[in-house]
Design a protein around this ligand. Structure first.
Ligand code: ADP
Length: 259
């Protein structure tokens, strides 16, 4: 029954994506059809022009194929398995991975709250969220700059950020010194498949998945960005009410303990 429920939730998520995908897919098909139609009419025209129309059509088809692949891998993705973890400890345990992934020309400044902050989340999703934010920051800084990872508990009023309920939250903020976002990009950044990156480089799923993660965990996500100066993405997570005896220290040490 639990597996069925998860399957239903997964299909719901896929369903929610479908509207956006249909729209994007249609745009890509329009490029393919348009390119082929022009090529057909100019079949006796100059070769360079013909080649241009065919290249356009091919690019549209390539994008559409990539979109389908992403949708399939998203539909197959693992269900959520929430557990009690200490958020500050989990972030701390990611330091080595983040340092290694971002390389030497990006300095990472960690300012993490020392106090435990138990949350009830899917820890793989949590780790993926942090990694994704760091990779977005790297792309925004074209490989060079400063990344700051902060965590601190904050008291929020109802609706202060998105649909948040009043209460105490851990704010996890990832800031970069990158290109920043225009208002339009900031407003659309959480849309599934919205990307400003080249074909093959961006999936447009990173922030939408983090949005889903934050909401499913009872929290919120917010973006502050100044064009040309940098971006801060903040995830807000509430403390969990789940009892102490269900504590998993953090996923890596829990996995070791099971062996
Ligand atoms: P992707 O990174 O695959 O494009 P995301 O959903 O993670 O997908 O991001 C969507 C878009 O939001 C990006 O294409 C980019 O335009 C913008 N964006 C995300 N993070 C940042 C950032 N740190 N700085 C500037 N722009 C960003």
């Amino acid at each position: 029954a639990e597996a069925q429920l998860r399957q239903v939730q997964k299909m719901e998520a896929v369903g929610q994506l479908t509207g956006g995908i249909a729209h994007d897919f249609n745009n890509m098909l329009a490029v393919v059809v348009g390119g082929l139609d022009l090529a057909r009419r100019r079949i006796d025209g100059p070769r360079r022009e013909l080649l241009g129309h065919l290249t356009n059509a091919m690019e549209g088809a390539t994008r559409a194929a990539a979109l389908t692949r992403r949708l399939l891998s998203f539909a197959r993705s693992e269900p959520l398995l929430p557990e009690r973890v200490d958020a500050n400890e989990l972030i701390g345990s990611m330091r080595e991975l983040l340092d290694r992934t971002l390389g030497e020309s990006i300095v990472i400044d960690y300012r993490l709250d020392e106090a435990p902050w138990p949350v009830f989340v899917d820890s793989h999703q949590f780790e993926n969220a942090l990694l994704n934010l760091a990779l977005n920051a790297r792309d925004a800084m074209s490989g060079k700059g400063k990344l700051t990872v902060r965590s601190r508990n904050v008291r929020l009023a109802a609706g202060e950020i998105g649909d948040i309920r009043a209460g105490e939250y851990l704010r996890i903020a990832v800031s970069d010194t990158g290109v920043g976002m225009t208002d339009e990009v900031r407003e659309r950044a959480f849309e599934p498949f919205f990307t400003t990156k080249e074909v093959g480089k961006g999936t447009g799923l990173g922030l939408s998945q983090i949005f889903g993660f934050a909401h499913q965990s009872g929290g919120e996500i917010g973006i502050e960005s100044i064009l040309g100066e940098g971006t801060t993405v903040s995830i807000y997570l509430p403390r969990t009410e789940v009892e102490e005896d269900k504590v998993h220290v953090h996923p890596a040490s829990a996995a070791m303990a099971e062996e």
